[in-house]
Design a binder for this molecule. Structure first.
Ligand code: HEM
Length: 160
């Protein structure tokens, strides 16, 4: 709202505005922590190794899980609590928050996705109020988490 109020009527968002949307991005990150859009991905072991007492031979396929990584209480105390302040300051430790993966095959669309998410949030919050048509709509996983009926809402313009 602070950024929206600083703009003249019809003035477009610019790159600096996006960089200033720290709280909105913390909220988006906390949503992606609790409901990661991608559940995980595969890796191939390039050497034999032992992890947590399990021997993994070279050549095996490994599946890393976004969902269970994001709910590890060692890194996210009270993991089921929605708390965007977890992302303040330097944020979570490396490789504990991985909605876009990690390492050389990390999602190349990450920055583009950030831009899109922040612009969408800005316009939705600034221009509309809304009401859910189905108050307790179920979330299904197919294969990504989504509202069962695609979240029908009523939109009300904020400005006359
Ligand atoms: C919220 C939005 C998005 C999420 C959560 C997401 C998540 C991911 C994840 C978890 C991976 C696997 C990374 C890994 O294996 O370490 C991935 C890969 C990939 N993503 Fe995204 N992504 C998003 C948006 C996008 C967008 C907007 C694009 C393109 C414009 C994109 C293009 C790709 C591509 C090409 C790969 C494969 C990279 C590779 O294997 O080298 N993604 N994404």
């Amino acid at each position: 709202m602070e950024i929206a109020k600083s703009k003249a009527e019809g003035e477009l968002l610019n790159w600096d505005d996006i960089q200033r949307m720290k709280y909105s991005w913390n909220v988006a990150c906390e949503v992606m922590r609790l409901a990661p859009p991608v559940q995980g991905a595969f890796r191939e072991a390039i050497n034999d190794f032992v992890y947590n007492g399990f021997s993994v031979p070279k050549g095996w396929k490994i599946y890393w899980s976004t969902h269970s990584t994001h709910r590890n209480p060692e890194f996210f105390p009270e993991p089921l609590k929605f708390d965007p302040s977890r992302f303040e300051g330097s944020g979570p430790a490396p490789y504990t928050f991985v909605p876009f993966g990690g390492g050389p095959r990390m999602c190349p669309g990450k920055e583009y996705a950030r831009l899109e998410i922040l612009m969408f949030m800005h316009h939705l919050v600034w221009r509309f109020k809304w009401k859910k048509n189905i108050p307790d709509e179920k979330i299904i996983v197919d294969p990504l988490p989504k509202p069962e009926k695609c979240l029908p809402i009523l939109l009300f313009p904020r400005k006359a």
